[in-house]
Design a protein around this ligand. Structure first.
Ligand SMILES: NC(=O)c1ccc[n+]([C@@H]2O[C@H](COP(=O)([O-])OP(=O)(O)OC[C@H]3O[C@@H](n4cnc5c(N)ncnc54)[C@H](OP(=O)(O)O)[C@@H]3O)[C@@H](O)[C@H]2O)c1
Length: 326
């Protein structure tokens, strides 16, 4: 099969389409002819050599895909050849074929294209896990979602809206309207405004109940200061750095704050199956009705994969960048 190969770790120019061994499904796996995949920030890190795939995962980039089943493992009972599926991968999405466990694959609702379906798994499962399984977001609570216009951010806004949360986001100014259209109530331009101050003003000094953070070091103190009593914060990335020089811990104790870190890719198969099944029962129907939808910034041919990576690294996207795999 054809797949995107990393010639050697480095810039986006290192990506090329080359030959790779077609994977074979094991007993409980299905083989999918991939029609579309989508970019994630992690792909750019892996391309540079800074994010090795977990043990046993494909070294090919790509954490999600949508396509059609072309073969099934001996013990697969839930699927048949020709079914349209999408799903979360630990790697291997930037390729013509990929295998996935039968319980991780999701059936694509008939109203969604392969491109739309490919834009769902990684960011919606990450957002679902962070908001509900890790932060226990309750109806009508206040949530701050940093990088609100990112793939994960645009998913998180929609899921939080479904719980009638009051949503604060940070993003560059040009992306505020898109976030508001998805359901964000307060958009903060992190380049010109101090989010801690804005949140204090808008919450009468009480703070937000939940924070979904990707920036880490530069936001750590402000995040703690922006939380309400019994607040919960989930750290999903370290985009701004991982070392804090000086920190005042007082508010963690005083406000009984919970801080969690999470990565999804390296979790066990059992964990991922439970996550997918929980997400499916709570939200999958909302995609069929159109109440929740993947936010697609752009669709490119996979021959343009280098340009797609450059576009993401320039922070130009609002939502997902999808690659068509022809
Ligand atoms: N831990 C996990 O399980 C997990 C899973 C999935 C993703 N992630 C992580 O989540 C992050 C988002 O991933 P993604 O694929 O959704 O990213 P993405 O679509 O590439 O979006 C990232 C966005 O972050 C924004 N940003 C940069 N600096 C910012 C700042 N200081 N404040 C607010 N926003 C800022 C940029 O938009 P602006 O124009 O607004 O600056 C940029 O477009 C990545 O770091 C990724 O590695 C973690």
């Amino acid at each position: 099969m054809k797949a995107v190969i990393i010639k050697s770790f480095g810039g986006a120019e290192q990506l090329m389409i080359g030959d790779w061994l077609t994977p074979e499904p094991s007993d409980h796996e299905i083989l999918v002819r991939v029609k579309a995949t989508a970019l994630n920030r992690a792909d750019t890190l892996q391309r540079k050599g800074g994010y090795a795939p977990p043990k046993g995962a494909s070294p090919i980039l790509g954490l999600e895909m949508a396509g059609e089943i072309t073969a099934i493992g001996n013990k697969v009972t839930k699927w048949k050849i020709g079914d349209r599926v999408c799903g979360l991968l630990a790697g291997g999405g930037y390729a013509e074929y990929v295998t996935i466990h039968e319980d991780i694959a999701l059936s694509i609702p008939s109203n969604l294209t392969f491109q739309e379906a490919a834009a769902i798994p990684e960011v919606f499962l990450t957002a679902f896990q962070a908001l509900f399984l890790l932060s226990d977001l309750q109806n009508n609570e206040k949530v701050l979602i940093h990088a609100g216009a990112s793939g994960v951010g645009t998913a998180a806004i929609q899921l939080a809206k479904a719980k009638q949360a009051e949503i604060f986001i940070t993003a560059s100014k040009g992306k505020h309207a898109a976030c508001a259209n998805l359901g964000a109530h307060h958009a903060i331009d992190y380049k010109t405004e101090n989010f801690e101050q804005v949140i204090s003003e808008k919450t009468a000094g009480l703070g937000v109940n939940v924070i979904i953070d990707f920036l880490a070091a530069p936001y750590f103190q402000k995040n703690i200061n922006s939380m309400a009593m019994d607040g919960r914060m989930v750290m999903l990335a370290l985009m701004g750095g991982w070392k804090v020089q000086e920190i005042n811990l007082l508010n963690i104790l005083r406000k009984r704050i919970h801080i969690k870190g999470s990565t999804l890719r390296a979790r066990s198969l059992e964990y991922k199956i439970a996550l997918v099944q929980a997400f499916k029962s709570e939200f999958w129907n909302e995609f069929a009705t159109g109440k929740i939808h993947p936010v697609i910034d752009s669709v490119m041919d996979w021959k343009e994969v280098s340009d797609a990576h450059r576009y993401m690294e320039a922070n130009k996207n609002t939502g997902k960048i999808v690659l068509n795999i022809n």
